[in-house]
Design a protein around this ligand. Structure first.
Ligand code: SAM
Length: 246
């Protein structure tokens, strides 16, 4: 339960109730929460065993949204266990794996960069790590299911887990950061992995900047292709990975 110590805690409480309401009442807008919800819906519909990765956690809003949606679909599938489907073990196998939520961020704000955007200046998006942990606890997410790694992606990439990635949420705006994130997660991308790029069309959709450039360069050097799935929010894009077997 929340203890209403401060205005900050009270606002966190209100935000969480709003998220729960949207998920519980199926109020899915075409925004990041709606995209995460759809991605978890797909993971459950296809019984894709894998973990959740987020590159760019900031205060934890999307991590919490992701957790709420995953819980929603898991409960739904658990309740359907007694339905007279032909069961060949796929649902059972899927439910045996509880996804780990991996979050990577400096938590000290944006790293040095030359993107030239005021809103992405080094040090912006500084977050209180303990407050992120507290917010995650309020949605039942703590270690070992939650794995948060403070530091630059390039320095924490060895903490990538052993299982395939079901959903990868890249929300770090910058070209170099997105390139580091993709190179870290590359060994865990598999057929059907969902890639969500929160800032895909930032920089007026310039192919030579930001997450767009990072994805294009990544695809040139890896045996992976991506299929556009849907666009969401003001500048975001979801893809489905196809693993090319060479
Ligand atoms: C837009 S915020 C993420 C927003 C978050 N997903 C949410 O739901 O509110 C971008 C984050 O990416 C982080 N970031 C960017 N580049 C990074 C890098 N190379 N290593 C670690 N963190 C990075 C920043 O610290 C910042 O917190």
């Amino acid at each position: 339960m929340y203890r209403l110590f401060s205005m900050g805690h009270f606002l966190d409480f209100l935000k969480l109730q709003y998220r729960r309401l949207r998920i519980g009442a199926s109020m899915h807008r075409n925004d990041a929460l709606g995209a995460l919800h759809r991605a978890w819906g797909y993971v459950h519909a296809t019984q894709m065993v894998g973990d959740y990765y987020e590159f760019g956690v900031y205060r934890g809003a999307s991590l919490i949204n992701s957790r709420l949606s995953q819980q929603h679909f898991r409960r739904h599938l658990e309740r359907s266990r007694d339905l007279p489907f032909l069961r060949q073990g796929t649902v059972t196998l899927f439910l045996e794996h509880s996804p780990t939520f991996y979050g990577f961020d400096t938590f000290a704000g944006m790293p040095d960069n030359a993107e030239g955007e005021d809103s992405l200046a080094p040090g912006s998006f500084k977050a209180d790590f303990d407050a992120v942990l507290r917010r995650c606890r309020h949605v039942g997410l703590g270690p070992p299911a939650l794995q948060l790694f403070p530091g630059l992606f390039s320095q924490t990439s060895h903490n990538i887990g052993p299982h395939p990635a079901a959903i990868v949420h890249v929300d770090c705006d910058l070209f170099a950061s997105a390139a580091d994130a993709l190179s870290a997660i590359a060994p865990r991308l598999t057929q059907g992995t969902i890639l969500l790029f929160d800032d895909y069309n930032l920089f007026r959709a310039d192919n030579c900047q930001g997450e767009r450039r990072a994805l294009a360069e990544f695809l040139r050097t890896h045996d992976i292709t991506v299929e556009p799935w849907f666009a969401y929010g003001p500048a975001s894009q979801a893809f489905i990975c196809h693993h090319v077997v060479s």
